[in-house]
Design a protein around this ligand. Sequence first.
Ligand SMILES: [Zn+2]
Length: 474
Amino acid sequence: VNRRRAVLGAGAAAALFGAALARAAEAGYAAADLQHARRLIDRGLADGTAWSLVESLTTEVGARPAGSEADTRAAAWAQAAIRRLGLTNVRAEELPIRVWQRGSATARLLQPYAHSLVIASLGNSVGTAPDGLAAELAYFPDLAALRADTSDRARGRIAFIDQPTERTRDGRGYGRAVAARVEGAIEAARRGALGLGIRSISTARDRVAHTGAMRYDLSVPRIPAFAVSVPDAELIARLHARGAVPRLQLAMNNHSEVDATTRNVIGEVAGGELAQEIVLIGAHLDSWDLGQGALDNGAGVAIVSAAAALIASAGARPRRTIRVVLFGNEENGFDGARAYGDRYRDTAHQLVAESDFGSGRVWRLRSRVRRDALPLIDALAALLKPLGIARPADAANEGTPGPDAALLMRRHRWPAIELTQDGTHYFDVHHTENDTLDKVDRDALPANTAAWAAVLWLAAQAPHAFGPLEAPAA
Ligand SMILES: [Zn+2]
């Protein structure tokens, strides 16, 4: 992907900037702040810091599930990295957590034909008995079919949900499919199933299994839950279509509720006259144990750190404090986001935002702010237009700013901005062994850095507050 393709030529950009300037001045921004935002964008577009960071994190640490020894090393890496980039007040705020740990997982079709399947335990799943579990599969085309089932078909069997995931730019296909992973075991156990298998929540055809968090309901048995690769799910579907009832040998071995420690890593660009108000930009430092956590969420860690560093190195002091928060344990419990909210509940937040959708180009800006702050957001968005970022008229103020930031927005009524990245290919490798550095779109990182730097700067300089939100966000 060529960076120049999405960025306008100098003449067109200058004309757009002129229009954006007028609009922003009308909204109340100082001309000097807008000129500075434009400088940040120009510098961001030539900035290789985000790539250096994600290369370093994936090479030197790699997979870093919350509470693991690698998670501890990642936190040390992150503190050193953002300190080196000029952030101040760098610290790690520890929190105790209970974590799930993956053991081995194997599955073999015994009938009607012998095949070994590529599977992964879902996060939080219990294991099988030590000698495994042999049972027939009860096939359901999707979660809705299992939910609607009133027969006894799943009883004494392993329920299999062949839930497809639609490829979309904004991730809504994942949003529609993921409940099969999260809630499938509850629905299966309610119908007497001994286990749950799902087609990986995946938009790719690679023979890898996609993990991710699932949960139980205390009122029904906790049954082992696993994802199979898409090609293996299609094998199961073909057998079902032939009228066969496949029989599976499953063995899984996991550990739950292990005491551990994780932490939020924090660094700041200190503010001036409104230093006590926080402009929060987050990403999550933890990853699943498979792969290297390159797209999820090494890229986000790199982008937000680089954006804040750009502001720090540009010299001008922001009015409000810009705070980078690299959250602990987003993947399996949001412990870091919850702890942050508890700790800073009485601190005014001008913004909560997050980059957690891989390395794709930003194509949209949405917000969730007080109504009287909308002209400021519109002005900010106009400045980002030359980067190919649109502000849709439809649902413009119904943004969701990433998982940790959204939790904080909902709990604390803190205002938010979402920069939507192109996630067309994100769910090809999400939560798999294939989430490795080579999947990161190196050429798209500078524009991400540039856009966030401008957003953070203008949120910090805004003439009035973006929040708190008038009503709890849905
Ligand atoms: Zn993530």
